[in-house]
Design a protein around this ligand. Structure first.
Ligand SMILES: [Mn+2]
Length: 498
């Protein structure tokens, strides 16, 4: 890491500011709306002409009693409309003459707006989404009833122009398709969600309509980021990278994990990322071996490693970054041993992250490096089997985007526009051995690794970077966060009174 590490990428920020940021008070027509239109166009292209597709917004969710959680929009609806407001529904009808995209938004409600804030007007919804046909939410039911009942809806001119005739013909011929983002079915007793509920109701009420699943289409679309999305993702990564650097400056023996978390999340908010992409993981000492440690309540001790896994949600896009570093500024030899194996695994994974390869190639390359490293450290005795999984316990590649573990097909070969992480980790939890069945082989394994366990116990290391594959190769979105032992120690030594 060079001394440029704290320099803002000012040129990039200026370009993005002009490209991305909407004026205060609301969105307007611009590059985002063009991109949203293109995203909807690609979905429309994959629907049969006699389809009616519906995408619902997420419900509000209760935190406790009369207080809600901060609103989190449904990712598919946000992807297609850019509208971060509950009570929004998108309808797409590829066979329509003029209005192939129809949006339903909440009615104005002065009393509610006094309590909760402004509700987009229909004009504002058009400006934000680029969709010109906007109705109020109360018209969704009459609209759907009209579509399935072959009757007029809205402006009489639409009926005159036989706007919906393709769909009506489809219903009459028994070939209409109700295209819903169903996704994998929920657990048998879990709530169904709007898509499954509506599918069931439609089956009960309407004949000549079959239900199809748009989830795989949407997942495949979201898997390949547009240039616009890649620009936002880059800016999201810049904020998260600075947050990690702020966390590194704050960490030291005697401070609490939550003080580091506070610096990280302060950075998000101060840079316009209005929330985290996932709850911050800030775990010191033995807590670094807990994959999703959330308490952040421990006082950090001299000699601890601190594992920080955190990233912001900026304009709906989230990267995923993890760093592990010594709170006193210097890795111990034992910590270095584990760290080197993790880094070697990530480097092997990065070499395999090429267009045409699959994520399984990354996984395999990293696992080979892990096995070789663990064997050398005496933490496994046999690199041919699954012993390494005692300490190497999770998958290391996932897509990133609107969801931190984003949708997308893991069998699809890597291609430009795909964004993902490579995140090997080793967690030397002595209790991991307790779960092994009591067999002669396992007894021998435990005895053989006992000296290494004594040396490495309670060390947890994960290193995670976010990447985008481009036409010219792999781009590391989180490259500014120091990663090698030298760079990490230099950064920590530069940050004051450690
Ligand atoms: Mn991750």
């Amino acid at each position: 890491m060079s001394s440029r590490r704290l320099v803002e990428p000012a040129a990039i920020v200026a370009v993005l500011a002009a490209l991305l940021l909407c004026p205060a008070g609301g969105a307007t027509a611009g590059p985002l709306q063009d991109d949203l239109k293109a995203r909807r166009g690609r979905l429309l292209d994959q629907l049969t002409p006699q389809s009616l597709a519906v995408v619902w917004s997420a419900p509000t969710r209760v935190y406790s009693l009369d207080v809600d959680y901060e609103y989190r929009q449904d990712s598919n609806l946000l992807y297609l409309t850019g509208i971060n407001q509950p009570g929004t529904t998108l309808v797409l009808m590829p066979g329509n003459k003029t209005q192939r995209e129809i949006l339903f938004v909440s009615e104005p409600n002065p009393a509610r707006e006094h309590r909760e804030g402004h509700i987009l007007t229909r004009e504002e919804a058009t400006a934000a989404s680029g969709i010109t046909a906007v109705y109020y939410a109360g018209q969704l039911e009459p609209f759907l009833a009209a579509m399935f009942g072959h009757t007029a809806f809205g402006d009489p001119k639409l009926a005159e122009a036989r706007e919906y005739q393709t769909f009506f013909d489809g219903v009459a011929a028994g070939r209409a398709s109700l295209a819903l983002p169903l996704g994998p079915p929920p657990q048998p007793s879990a709530p169904l969600g709007p898509a499954y509920e509506f599918a069931n109701k439609a089956r009960d009420r309407y004949f000549g309509v079959s239900v199809t699943d748009t989830w795989p289409i949407l997942s495949n679309l979201r898997q390949v980021k547009t240039p616009y999305e890649l620009a936002v993702l880059d800016q999201s990564a810049a904020i998260s990278s600075d947050a990690h650097l702020a966390g590194m400056r704050a960490a030291r023996p005697g401070r609490y994990e939550y003080e580091v978390e506070a610096e990280i999340e302060r950075t998000y908010l101060s840079r316009g990322a209005m929330s985290w992409g996932y709850p911050s993981i800030v775990g010191s000492g033995p807590n670094a071996t807990i994959l999703h440690y959330e308490a952040s309540s421990r006082q950090m001790q001299d000699g601890d490693l601190l594992l920080v896994d955190a990233a912001a949600n900026f304009q709906g896009l989230t990267v995923d970054i993890t760093r592990t570093y010594p709170v006193n500024g210097r890795f111990t030899d034992a910590q270095k041993d584990i760290y080197h194996v993790v880094l070697a695994a990530q480097e092997a994974g990065i070499r395999a992250a090429k267009s045409g390869n699959k994520t399984a190639d990354i996984t395999r390359a990293a696992a080979e490096a892990v096995k070789a490293g663990l064997l050398k450290l005496g933490l496994i005795t046999d690199a041919s089997g699954d012993q390494y999984r005692t300490w190497y316990t999770h998958g290391i590649v996932h897509w990133i985007g609107m969801d931190v573990h984003d949708v997308g097909d893991y069998e699809r070969p890597l291609a430009p526009g795909m964004a993902f992480v490579i995140e090997p980790g080793l967690y030397i939890r002595p209790q991991a051995l307790d779960t092994l069945p009591d067999t002669p082989e396992n007894r021998a394994f435990k005895a053989a690794v006992a000296p290494a366990i004594a040396k490495y116990r309670n060390i947890g290391v994960r290193v995670e970077d976010s990447f985008a594959l481009t036409e010219t190769g792999l781009k590391t979105l989180s490259a500014r966060v120091p990663k090698t032992i030298e760079d990490v120690e230099r950064t920590l030594s530069q940050s004051g009174t450690r």
